[in-house]
Design a protein around this ligand. Sequence first.
Ligand code: AMP
Length: 217
Amino acid sequence: MNVILIGPPGSGKGTQANKLASSLNVPSVSSGDLFREHKQSGSELGNKAAEYMSKGELVPDEITVNMVIDWIKSKKQAGGFLLDGFPRTLSQAKSLDAYIKPKSSIDIVLYIKVRTKELVNRLAGRFFCTSCGASYHIEFAPPKLANVCDHCESKLMQRDDDKPNIVMKRIYVYESETSPLINYYQKQSILKEIDGEESIDIVSQNLQTATIRNPIH
Ligand code: AMP
């Protein structure tokens, strides 16, 4: 099964992608995570991507599309995939279609909907452990000790692009560049909308139900 997860920054895509991929038994990838890994390793691609990420802008399509298609190629034997955060522009969606068709197709696009006001609260309070990667939220999932990871006692940090002015830019970019994809996939009758303001468990349940009800091509 080939699945795409779309949603604004802060809609919980990352958390849900991991749960859904393991229940569907397909590999998943977050384009944002791929960029962060490249950045961490100091690769040329990572340095280039970092210039855009730090400003809350999208990395150019030609860099992004090749990176994600290489990942899909590497998982060819898996019989399906879940993409989190890709595609994010119409041009990326068309490139993805051109690559996978006619042999395969996208089975379902799950759109996690969350109001803008709620997104700002969620993103601005988000922290992660610099060592084990565990995530926290000042309000919804605080660590036992301020700024210290419950699991490995390392320091907690905020993603650079979760700082308030960058958050607003990312939401603006999502609305202008990514939201047209909703219409694109709706026209193909493969889009399902999920209320992302429910609890994590309910959203997860609803995402799974949406995939079960959709017949596999
Ligand atoms: P995310 O972790 O999904 O919030 O992505 C973090 C950042 O990575 C975004 O703000 C963009 O700068 C970049 N990025 C991730 N996915 C894409 C994509 N599909 N197209 C362009 N840029 C992306």
